[in-house]
Ligand binder design. Structure first.
Ligand code: ADP
Length: 371
């Protein structure tokens, strides 16, 4: 392992992520869905907006970011810390800098955890608006430790539209829920191919997977990225997609710009929601009482909440219109379980009827005002 393992506390200004405003995980259930491609291009889109951005490539087993975004300056050792590389104006640390590209990465989990911990805590990240963390694919020990260690504002989930990719990303979402990291939204990659002559959208890998996943989890679909040969070409050649030579379709660039914009907005919204709710409990089995941070208290009838169930079976994903007949809801319905999801929502499992609804604090707050 060429990366030195440092045990003593370094002297001088503290390295690490203390001056980073937002750490954001970019994660997927499985490899090959375009997670690194999304990380690089969201970073470039944020940079284009004038923000200071870094990327921590935590994908130790397949670090591809160095190839996608070659460095203008290599990382350097400064005393006991590392100064990140600079790639097209983006600060970057990747295992790709510390071993040969053709060398297989056989790294056991405890070592991987140690390396990632160094990447977080012993790199002089300096003041950044965003540090994007390209998560390793999967839901093992390394991912769990990283999700717990990094002071994450949230996680962006990347998927392709097929059911098999959705299954894996659901597991990854569960992991973030377990450690109370809010999911910022879903990016669906390889959503369609824009036929250049006719402008027709061809849905090569099925439709609406990302929309369904977003609705299931009560989070926004941040973007649907087309299959664009310029994306793989620019990645392979190490050219920024946002440069003129990349030949990217304007639609692809705009999708990344919009997604980057929305990530910022959602983080703000989540931060507000996290401060909304003080606690919740049941005064009786048919109601749910919420104490808000503004000191107010609301006692909701569970039957009223069930009538507003936001899950995909109860609300039409396309039109947003309710599918659930309110008369079908039993007035005496109770809850078999109420589970907090991150610091921004709760899932209510009713004693009869639907059990999938995720109620964001924002939504509950609006329902309180409607009463
Ligand atoms: P992951 O990080 O999930 O393993 P990568 O970002 O490395 O996936 O992408 C895998 C391959 O697919 C790369 O060669 C990349 O250039 C290509 N790719 C990803 N997204 C797209 C897209 N929307 N259009 C064309 N090629 C893509």
């Amino acid at each position: 392992m060429p990366l030195p393992l440092i045990k003593e506390q370094p002297l001088g200004p503290l390295p690490g992520t203390g001056q980073v405003k937002h750490l954001v995980a970019i994660a997927a259930g499985k490899g090959g869905v375009g997670k690194s491609t999304v990380t690089v291009n969201i970073a470039l889109a944020l940079k284009e907006k004038g923000l200071k951005v870094g990327i921590l490539d935590a994908d130790l087993y397949g670090p591809s970011l160095r190839r996608m975004l070659p460095e203008d300056r290599l990382p350097a050792q400064a005393g006991k810390n590392l100064v990140p590389a600079l790639c097209a104006g983006i600060s970057m640390i990747s295992m790709g800098f510390f071993r040969r590209q053709d060398e297989a990465a056989a790294v056991r989990a405890p070592i991987a955890n140690g390396v990632i911990s160094q990447f977080l805590n012993q790199v002089d990240w300096g003041p950044l608006d965003y540090l994007l963390i390209d998560f390793p694919p999967g839901t093992g020990d390394v991912q769990l430790t990283l999700a717990q260690q990094a002071r994450l504002s949230g996680a962006v989930m990347v998927t392709t539209p097929q059911e098999v990719a959705l299954m894996d990303v659901r597991k990854a979402i569960h992991l973030f829920h377990q450690v109370k990291v809010p999911v910022i939204g879903i990016i669906e990659n390889m959503s369609y191919f824009l036929e250049p002559r006719t402008g027709e959208k061809l849905y090569l890998f099925g439709r609406q997977g990302g929309e369904r996943l977003a609705a299931e989890n009560g989070v926004p679909l941040l973007g649907q990225i087309p299959v664009d040969p310029a994306l793989s070409r620019s990645g392979d050649q190490g050219i920024s997609l946002f440069s003129e030579q990349s030949g990217a379709q304007p639609e692809t660039l705009q999708t990344f710009r919009n997604a980057a914009e929305q990530v910022g907005e959602e983080i703000k919204r989540i931060a507000q929601q996290q401060g909304m709710l003080s606690k919740f409990y049941q005064k009786n089995p048919r109601t749910l009482t919420i104490e808000w941070l503004d000191g107010q208290e609301t006692e909701f009838r569970l039957s009223d909440l069930q009538k507003h169930c936001p899950c995909a079976a109860c609300v039409d994903e396309m039109t947003g219109k309710p599918l659930l007949d309110p008369h079908s809801v039993r007035e005496d319905v109770g809850a078999s379980q109420i589970i907090p999801i991150g610091r921004y929502a709760m899932r209510i499992r009713y004693t009869s009827g639907c059990s999938h609804g995720i109620y964001t604090y924002d939504m509950l707050y609006q329902l309180r005002d409607k009463r």
